[in-house]
Design a protein around this ligand. Structure first.
Ligand code: TEU
Ligand code: CA
Length: 587
């Protein structure tokens, strides 16, 4: 249609009092944007786990050329920003979270030239890029550590934390990926122990050393000067340590991560990083932030000038048995309590800062299996319901690759099928204690990280079109029926619902900036809330159960209009079918 003709029709429609050419467009008032509007509050982030996205050379490992070959797919999703898991040089003991050179690209992923091409390809499509910044620790194969571990005289010795063996055994510190659970590892050449909160291949960097901090800021500027748009700060809450090494305080027994997340200079460093790096660029920053509301808020309170956003863990770590790795509660998760967790955090970020919303990432199982229902009957409808949830909450959404086609957990039976260092460490610990390994492996079918790391399912050809070789981690056999190619053809697919929902959110400032209010909090099946901006109101209704349910509310739905629903014949109303989701515009 010519521009003139389009202008003519539009004018006619407006003159006729028709508010919008499409009946599903919300009645919007874009002047309603708040004064603290920011691009990163409006952005939808899509996470690409490069190892599992697309292999281009048949070695079974996803790579940068592979992502480049899928740029048009990424663009077709309508997402605004990609978070790339680490692509730096790494021996891959923890899949790139053990970096041996911060300024070069992992061999398996290719080289800097391809990185630059990928960045350009994304920017050409108006997609921004978050890099993963892993600076609590590096790899034991990093030149800094190799030099430090060779001699106490090395200029890099103080880049790490050491306990000299002449002082006896170091005070106990707990490690996350260590079989013995001990964060101090003895190093013969220096006759001292080094600290590693994660595996012994991941020595912690000494942030108390100003020279180290300056090196890190320089490295960050290197990436920012290339034009990347932000950083996701991995495990950053752990970076500051009390180097007087007192015994673990009594109140933290059994909850060491809490102690680790409150080093004495943590926020001094965040403010310094902001002054020296962030404040000089128009970028977004998000912290992996452990702890309660007060702790997490410190990262994002704008007055403190630290970071923009933080992930919190209370909602995602919900429904596990206490002190048993991530063993799911056999009773399932309690929706009423889970809603209260969301209410607590969403209310906190309404006062100050800005939150995030996610149901999965590379450290989590697939959202469909964990929070929805992966049975053949309900997988599509519950995937769409969860997508509606993520994209209608207040806070920047982080959406994990593969969830847009409703991928589910692979549920490995044998420990040999796993790759993840976390699972292998925990398995070894259960075994050493003579624990029930069968029970452990059953639980891990729900919660293990590898469930979320199986390769992308592009089509029904061998290995889902991910690789022509042998994939580094098995492709989920469901790829024959759950894949992008099939879903492209079906207007009602999970994939096309995701695209539609992305547009609904983008076009509606109410879903981005509107206040959030829980409705019918005690309802055991339905998660319902309103979003309100000035005179505009949306009601979001999500049935989290496989049976029909009714929402209890005094809100008047008689003139409500459905903006989107996961059943094609959705009608505004208080009763919902299994896993039904809808967003209503209230009038
Ligand atoms: O995770 C930080 C972290 O604290 C993990 O223990 C996380 O809680 C765990 O994976 C949940 O099962 C980051 C990365 O996201 C993760 O992939 C890395 O393994 C870890 O740091 C070490 O770099
Ligand atoms: Ca490859």
């Amino acid at each position: 249609m010519s521009d003139k003709f389009f202008w003519f029709i539009t004018t006619l429609a407006l003159l006729a009092g028709c508010q919008s050419l499409s009946p599903k467009q919300p009645n919007q008032d874009t002047s309603a944007k708040p004064t603290d509007a920011q691009w990163w509050k409006e952005a939808l982030v899509y996470q690409v786990y490069p190892r599992s996205f697309q292999d281009s050379n048949g070695d079974g490992v996803g790579d940068l050329k592979g992502i480049i070959s899928r740029l048009d797919y990424l663009s077709s999703l309508g997402v605004d920003m990609i978070w790339l898991n680490p692509v730096y040089a790494s021996p891959n003991k923890d899949n790139g979270y053990d970096i041996s050179d911060y300024q070069s690209i992992m061999k398996e992923f290719s080289n800097m030239e391809d990185f630059d091409a990928l960045l350009k390809g994304l920017h050409d499509r108006k997609i921004k890029v978050f890099m993963d910044l892993v600076v609590n620790h590096c790899s034991n194969e990093h030149e800094w550590f190799k030099s430090a571990a060779a001699s106490r005289e090395s200029p890099y010795y103080n880049y790490f934390h050491w306990w000299p063996a002449e002082k006896g055994k170091p005070p106990y510190r707990w490690s996350i990926f260590d079989e013995k659970g001990d964060a101090w590892e003895y190093n013969k050449a220096t006759n001292s122990y080094y600290l590693h909160y994660f595996s012994d291949f991941q020595p912690d960097l000494n942030w108390e050393n100003l020279i180290l901090r300056q090196e890190i800021y320089k490295m960050m500027r290197f990436w920012l000067d290339k034009g990347i748009d932000g950083f996701r700060l991995d495990a950053i809450a752990f970076c500051s340590k009390d180097t007087t090494w007192p015994p673990l305080p009594e109140e933290y027994k059994g909850n060491w991560p809490m102690y680790y997340a409150s080093g004495p200079h943590l926020h001094d460093y965040m403010q310094e990083m902001n002054r020296e790096v962030f404040s000089k660029y128009n970028i977004a920053t998000v912290a992996e932030a452990m702890g309660d509301v007060d702790r997490v808020m410190k990262f994002v309170d704008p007055e403190r000038k630290e970071l923009n956003m933080a992930y919190y863990f209370e909602a995602i770590d919900f429904g596990y048995l206490p002190n048993e790795y991530k063993m799911p509660d056999p009773k399932g998760y309690d929706l009423v309590q889970w809603k209260k967790v969301y209410a607590k955090w969403t209310d906190a970020f309404a006062q100050k800062g800005w939150g995030t919303m996610y149901l999965a990432n590379h450290d989590q199982p697939r959202m469909l299996t964990r929070w929805g229902n992966d049975s053949p009957e309900f997988r599509d409808v519950s995937s769409k319901m969860l997508t509606t949830f993520i994209l209608s909450m207040r806070g920047t959404p982080y959406y994990y690759f593969g969830d847009e086609i409703g991928m589910s957990n692979i549920k490995f039976d044998r420990v040999e099928e796993y790759n993840d260092i976390e699972l292998l460490t925990n398995y070894a610990q259960v075994k050493a204690k003579g624990g029930d390994l069968k029970r452990f492996l059953e639980g891990m079918k729900i919660s293990s990280r590898d469930n979320g790391r199986t390769p992308m399912q592009w089509d029904a050809t061998a290995n889902g079109g991910f690789t022509t070789g042998t994939p580094w981690l098995k492709v989920n056999p469901e790829y024959a029926t759950v894949n992008v190619a099939l879903q492209e053809k079906d207007p009602n697919s999970v994939l096309n619902y995701f695209r539609k929902m992305v547009q609904v959110r983008k076009k509606d400032p109410v879903l981005i900036y509107g206040d959030w209010q829980l409705v019918d909090a005690e309802n055991p099946a339905i998660f319902a809330y309103t979003r309100t901006l000035d005179t505009q109101k949306r009601l979001i209704l999500l049935n989290f159960k496989a049976t029909s349910a009714e929402v209890n509310t005094t809100l008047d739905l008689s003139n409500a209009q459905v903006l989107i629903g996961n059943y094609t014949d959705a009608k505004p109303g208080k009763s919902l079918r299994p896993y039904e989701a809808m967003i209503l515009e209230l009038k």
